[in-house]
Design a protein around this ligand. Structure first.
Ligand code: NAD
Length: 442
């Protein structure tokens, strides 16, 4: 049985965590600056404030979420009162990625604590400063029997996966997601996989291009494009392409200046391996804008690529960097042919003034979640599930859904000892026709 049985104790721990994070605000900003020059504004909005707001919401609701919920009883059990009890799974392993290293370690941790689990948390080895700070915060707040932070790379993570867990929560690539799923299968361990994918961003004929480019440039180049729900590639209606591209170029210059390398608002690529991976994706014969790189600085400028082939390097896998392919389409068949070529994405975005077109896109394609006339912002509503489908993930979290992901739901029927109906008991002789009649009325 978990040692965090009492919802009051969980709430107390979460409050302590909130204070500790608030006290370390400037250290978090500094750690992310040192890890990949993440701009302080972006760290505040996407890491610190996001986690704080998730914590406050969870603190306000944890006791209520933990209570048994009464549901309508079945007439077949009359008289009875029926409940759903939630209980923690037990010992949980959380594995986090590097791209939002604080938020993507802390938010699953908050949900797992709220649900009453004990946790081993493995942050990314690629963000040394943030991962060390996470250890410091966790050690300040939790007893080692409640939460432990461990550090290591691929081999170490695999050794963790060999152990038996009651739940595994993984955020990262599809490749490692499959390793996690295979390891979980050995002990039939339940899991959540928060993965990535190629997220299409459709710009329809007649869309408001001025607002579309603002929101796309923000969504694509925040965190230097290293965001699982960033628009991966643009599908723009052919007639709008010229104006759209010209506005995109202007907006990138307005936001990051003529030389984004000098901008304090543009992050770096996490490591050399990823810098090389991205550098190879830039086909210089296709560059519409940008295409400037600096290996020493792990810098890749915001780059627009013109009509790359669907079989080219940049269109094979998730880009996960500041490179944006622009592909034109003519009709909905083109959209279907292109989007369906890839696995189900984590996100899909539609910029349009045609509500029916937006509804058709939502209905036609399967994807984790998305927006109409914006990108990424579905992430910020804790009332919406956040998760993928197919290759982009299994399960979802955020808000109450996070609590649910880390809880086992027990069905309980409570019966009094009066009103015992003898019909269900053998011998069944002469009861069949009667029961058929009764059941047909219900
Ligand atoms: P990754 O899969 O390389 O690493 C994630 C975690 O797995 C790390 O803690 C790492 O130490 C561990 N790991 C790495 N290789 C391993 C191996 N061979 N065996 C066992 N464990 C291993 O992912 P990443 O590079 O840290 O993050 C980028 C990926 O994460 C992208 O694909 C992105 O789309 C995805 N992502 C998804 C979400 C989401 O919420 N759906 C959020 C952020 C990132």
């Amino acid at each position: 049985m978990s040692i965090l049985v009492s919802p009051q104790k969980r709430k107390k721990l979460l409050k302590k965590l909130l204070i500790s994070i608030q006290n370390h605000e400037s250290a978090i900003i500094e750690a992310l600056q040192n890890d990949f020059k993440k701009p302080p504004f972006e760290t505040y909005i996407t890491e610190i404030n996001y986690v704080i707001s998730d914590l406050k919401h969870t603190i306000s609701n944890v006791e209520n979420w933990s209570k048994p919920k009464r549901v309508w009883p079945s007439i077949l059990n009359f008289p009875s009162s029926d409940y759903i009890y939630t209980e923690p799974y037990g010992r949980v392993l959380i594995i986090a990625p590097w791209n939002y290293p604080f938020q993507l370690a802390m938010c699953p941790l908050i949900a797992a604590i709220a649900a009453g689990n004990t946790i081993v948390l493995k942050p990314s080895e690629l963000t040394f400063n943030t991962s060390q700070l996470i250890t410091k915060i966790v050690e300040e707040v939790f007893d080692v029997k409640e939460v432990v932070v461990v550090h290591g790379g691929a081999e170490f993570t695999q050794s963790l996966l060999e152990k038996r867990w009651d739940y595994i929560f993984f955020t990262g690539s599809v490749f490692v997601g499959k390793i996690v799923a295979q390891a979980a299968a050995i002990n039939l361990t339940p899991y959540t996989l928060e993965l990535g994918g190629k997220n299409p961003c459709i710009v329809d004929e007649g869309a408001d291009l001025e607002i579309a480019v603002k929101r796309i440039v923000w969504g694509k180049f925040i965190n230097a494009g290293q965001t699982c729900i960033a628009p991966d590639y643009i599908l723009v209606q052919g007639k709008e392409k010229y104006n759209f591209v010209e506005l995109l170029k202007k907006e990138i210059i307005r936001v990051y200046g003529e030389n984004p390398e000098e901008s304090k608002d543009f992050a770096r690529i996490i490591n050399s391996k990823n810098w090389h991976r991205l550098n190879e994706m830039i086909d210089h014969t296709k560059v519409l804008f940008g295409g400037i790189t600096n290996e020493n600085e792990k810098y890749i400028s915001p780059t627009l690529l013109d009509e790359p082939s669907l079989n080219s390097e940049v269109m094979k896998d998730e880009i996960f960097g500041p490179i944006l392919p622009i592909i034109s389409y003519h009709d909905e068949n083109d959209l279907e042919n292109i989007i369906s070529k890839y696995e189900k994405p984590l996100a899909l975005y539609v910029f349009t003034n045609d509500k029916k077109f937006a509804e058709r896109m939502i209905a036609k394609f399967t994807f984790g979640g998305g927006c109409v006339n914006d990108c990424m912002v579905h992430f910020s509503n804790h009332r919406l599930p956040f998760g993928g489908v197919g290759y982009s993930g299994i399960g979802a979290y955020h808000g109450k859904l996070g609590f649910d992901s880390f809880s086992h739901q027990k069905a309980i029927v409570k019966k009094p000892n009066w009103g015992d109906n003898p019909i269900r008991y053998a011998p069944y002789k002469n009861k069949l026709n009667f029961i058929k009649k009764v059941l047909s009325w219900l």
